[in-house]
Design a protein around this ligand. Structure first.
Ligand code: HEC
Length: 125
């Protein structure tokens, strides 16, 4: 079972690397069960990535630490259409003044990692 999830994940990663925009429509035709499995796998992966990148030193899902809880961030931007882009930019470049005067330093993540992390943060509400 674990191996299968990993295989699906690997396929998704490979596909998303190679995919040209015109091909993205085709992917939407996946059956809902497959999509749900991938989302669960991606959420677990993003959480592991957050651990690995040291995000959890300053953030927790449900409590304020040095930075805001991810649940609070998710709630704040729940209605914002460009929330993934906005938060991915913040994760990559850092920021200050939204939640207080403590700055978040720029994080050592790729654009893709920043987007995956942003999507995961938004899913924690
Ligand atoms: C050194 C501590 C620290 C680390 C490490 C850190 N953050 Fe933050 N983070 C903060 C602080 C402080 C804020 C609040 C900044 C502000 O008020 O604008 C913040 C804010 C955020 C926000 C909300 C931004 C906004 O504009 O509302 C997100 C999302 C976030 N962090 C994600 C992450 C992710 C993902 C990582 C790991 C790649 C990470 N953070 C690593 C301290 C940290």
């Amino acid at each position: 079972m674990k191996g299968w999830v990993f295989f699906v994940l690997l396929t998704v990663v490979l596909l998303s690397c190679q995919q040209r925009p015109a091909e993205q429509g085709a992917q939407k035709e996946q059956r809902p069960a497959e999509v749900a499995t991938q989302q669960v796998a991606q959420a677990k992966d993003a959480e592991a990535l957050a651990q690995q990148k040291g995000c959890m030193a300053c953030h927790a899902k449900n409590e304020k630490k040095v930075g805001p809880s991810y649940a609070a961030v998710a709630q704040k931007y729940a209605g914002r259409a460009d929330a993934v882009d906005y938060l991915a930019g913040k994760i990559k470049n850092g920021g200050v003044g939204v939640w207080g005067q403590v700055p978040m330093p720029a994080q050592n993540v790729t654009d893709q990692e920043a987007r995956d992390l942003a999507k995961w943060v938004l899913s924690t509400k």
